[in-house]
Design a protein around this ligand. Structure first.
Ligand SMILES: [Zn+2]
Length: 300
């Protein structure tokens, strides 16, 4: 539990227990309200959900926490499945979807409490590199091998080895140590939401075709429809995101490096007669697809 506590601590730096509680309430409320908003159809309600989120931040002073929003969404989908959809699904599919949800929660806990690959600020590194501070050492062209691919996260101000990006949904940086878990979780979300969509679509079509639509509780049917729409939207953007990460792994480049390559000297091809405005991109870490995938799976 202490690891989860430290994860939550990291999640909301300099926040008291009350703030975490308020944040949890805000996240839970927003999940229920936004799902209800989609369920009850009028677009005005959906806009009201966004306004409510903004107002909450202004008056209570604590924003809803993205990781808690994700957590309550998993719990809501699982809850809707167990209490509404479950009786319509086969036992094999039932086992599969329950296992997927449990695995997601476990992975979520692991990524929240795990270390992304934080590099401690050691003064001996600085002396060796002849730099004033750690950031200068990171951006220096004559980089120390021990600081290879160490970047600073602008959100956490932490120095992370193999830094890819800061993930607000998981409330943590994605670095060398948790990149594989991140990919597994992202794939897990796509698979779980697809399975959920499959089960819920079956439930909805059976409700409509068998004419039980009137006898069925309209709120529960609406919630199934709204969570299905939500899952489809999630799967769509997550697949794009997943493909991007697969591309990055195959070419051994991190999202941060791809965006900020001009900040890192090792990506700039130096051609003597050329001026600074014509700096070309070169990836010194790209060793061919197979080697890149192997390096991702087994980093040195
Ligand atoms: Zn970060």
């Amino acid at each position: 539990m202490s690891r989860l506590a430290s994860g939550l601590q990291r999640l909301r730096r300099s926040s008291s227990q009350w703030e975490v509680l308020w944040s949890a309430l805000a996240s839970c409320g927003l999940v229920l309200f936004s799902q209800l908003a989609v369920a009850m159809v009028p677009r005005l309600v959906f806009i009201a959900a966004i306004v409510l989120g903004r107002l909450w931040r202004r008056f209570i002073g604590v924003a809803a926490s993205a990781p808690l929003f994700v957590l309550f969404n998993i719990l809501l989908l699982w809850g809707v499945y167990v209490f509404v959809i479950r009786r319509e699904t086969s036992s094999l599919l039932d086992m599969l979807i329950n296992a997927e949800c449990a695995l997601l929660l476990w992975g979520f806990y692991r990524i929240l409490s795990g270390d992304p690959g934080i590099v401690a600020c050691d003064s001996s590194y600085l002396e060796e590199a002849g730099c004033k501070d750690f950031v200068e050492a990171i951006y220096s062209s004559e980089k120390l091998p021990m600081l290879s691919r160490v970047r600073q996260c602008t959100w956490c101000k932490a120095n992370i080895r193999g830094y890819d990006h800061h993930c607000p949904a998981f409330g943590t940086c994605i670095g060398q140590k948790n990149h594989r878990l991140f990919m597994a979780l992202l794939t897990g979300f796509v698979v779980a939401e697809s399975t959920y969509t499959m089960c819920s679509t079956k439930y909805i079509t059976r409700c409509i075709s068998s004419g039980t639509i009137r006898s069925e509780n309209p709120v529960s049917l609406n919630i199934v429809i709204s969570t299905t729409l939500f899952s489809i939207l999630q799967v769509l953007w997550q697949i794009v995101f997943l493909m991007w990460h697969i591309y990055c792994i195959c070419f051994n480049i991190k999202t941060d490096e791809w965006i900020n390559w001009k900040k890192y000297p090792e990506f700039q091809m130096k051609e003597q007669p050329r001026s600074d405005s014509e700096v070309k991109f070169v990836n010194p870490y790209d060793k061919g697809m197979l080697c890149n995938i192997r390096e991702f799976l087994k980093p040195e």
